[in-house]
Design a protein around this ligand. Structure first.
Ligand code: NAP
Ligand code: F7E
Length: 343
């Protein structure tokens, strides 16, 4: 039986990947750092929490990583654990580097010593392209990270390549562009938007406050992307692959699509931090801009070229942005209704 160890099991991707692997007959060891309370609500919502063997693993602690791998002897390790919020990496750059750059190195060292036949997946990111040098971005595009998060992930990306070339370890990096879902963490812009718009739909009058509305992202659906992660570890040779949709939309457009879902049109007025979004019919203020949510250095535009993954893995995205916004809005409206019932 194949046995997968997933770090970051309680995050968005960890939950979807666990479900996918369990459906494929895997035994899943779900690892996350220790917390006072369990945070496995995503696994519960997907109906697989009881099938996952939960263990503690902190990417900061080598002895912990080493003994977990030696004890459980997984055939595949998916390293999804990370300090994954770009904005927070400017406040905690050293912690981010320790978890996101040295964390994967700790796992690779444990694999090298314990059993180099263990296959390894590293969650690389389009944030490594940062201030892009060409568009769309593929596996061949030069990197230019713009945050401590992007720089840390770039170290991890190269150390994966290095261990593959130096020790023959089957180690892959999936260079994934932004992928979202109803289970996205609340700080990320898509979820912040759909969650707030859902609240406004149910009567909340507080405007949604955002930062840079002009940044553009290539957004896909997380459940599609984790299938690509799994495929990367099933090839004859380990390699790195971009997963993306090949389309790019602004935060402003994502806001408009979310309000459209509740039958509201947004009319924009003003510029920069003075810009506001109004309900085109009622003139109610829907959106405001605050400096608080701008970053010291911004990634202005990302758009991925997933043709290598399509050709070699047979992978392609199945969910377009309109459908994704619909899935997130439906979920958030229902969840807000449940919370209202509890009060
Ligand atoms: P996520 O929801 O933030 O999940 C990350 C998980 O890592 C969380 O459960 C977190 O636990 C855990 N973690 C944090 N610090 C840790 C530590 N020291 N030791 C062990 N676990 C730790 O992220 P995601 O969206 O599922 O993304 C999965 C991976 O893909 C991440 O590595 C991310 O950087 C990368 N990635 C994501 C995207 C995207 O668009 N989603 C795109 C490219 C790459 P806490 O809840 O306790 O913090
Ligand atoms: O920001 C802008 C912000 O935090 C997207 C992570 O999963 O994807 C994610 O990183 C854009 C940025 O995601 C707000 O300035 C405007 O340009 O949703 P985000 P991210 O930074 O792209 C990559 C691929 C990863 O690897 C990361 O782990 O939206 N923006 N206003 C805002 N962003 C946030 N969070 N909040 C705002 O109010």
């Amino acid at each position: 039986m194949k046995k997968a160890l997933i770090t970051g099991i309680n995050g968005q991707d960890g939950a979807y990947l666990a479900k996918h692997l369990i459906d494929q007959g895997y035994k899943v060891i779900g690892a996350d750092r220790r917390r006072v309370d369990s945070l496995s609500w995503r696994l519960k919502r997907l109906g697989v929490d009881d099938e996952v063997e939960h263990i503690y693993l902190d990417l900061l602690e080598f002895s912990n990583i080493f003994s977990v791998i030696r004890k459980h002897q997984p055939t595949e390790i998916y390293n999804l654990g990370a300090q994954s919020f770009v904005a927070a990496s400017f406040d905690q750059p050293i912690l981010t580097a320790d978890i996101d750059a040295i964390g994967p190195l700790r796992i690779l060292e444990a694999i090298r010593v314990i059993d180099p036949s263990i296959k390894f997946y590293q969650a690389s990111t389009s944030e490594m392209f940062g201030l892009v040098t060409s568009s769309p971005q593929s596996e061949e595009t030069a990197f230019y990270p713009r945050s401590p998060y992007g720089v840390a992930k770039l170290y991890a990306h190269w150390i994966v390549k290095n261990y593959r070339e130096s020790y023959g370890i089957y180690a892959c990096s999936g260079i994934l562009f932004n992928h979202e879902s109803p289970f996205r963490g609340l700080e990320f812009v898509t979820k912040k938007i759909t969650n707030h718009v859902a609240k406004m739909h149910l009567g909340n009058k507080t405007p949604l406050v955002l930062g840079n509305l002009d940044a553009k992202r290539d957004w896909g659906f997380a459940a599609d992307y984790i299938e690509g992660m799994h495929l990367m570890l099933q090839q004859e040779q380990a390699d790195d692959y971009v997963l993306a949709t090949g389309t790019s939309k602004s935060i402003r457009e994502f806001v408009e699509m979310s309000f459209n879902f509740i039958n509201k049109e947004v009319r924009w007025e003003g510029e920069g931090v003075n810009e506001k979004g109004f309900d085109a019919k009622t003139n109610e203020i829907l959106v405001e801009v605050s400096k608080e949510f701008f970053r010291p250095a911004e990634v202005h535009e990302l758009k991925g070229d997933y043709s290598k993954a399509q050709k070699e893995l047979g992978w392609q995205p199945k969910t377009d942005l309109k459908k994704l916004v619909g899935l997130m809005m439906e979920y958030d409206i229902e969840r807000q209704k449940e919370e209202v019932k509890l009060v």
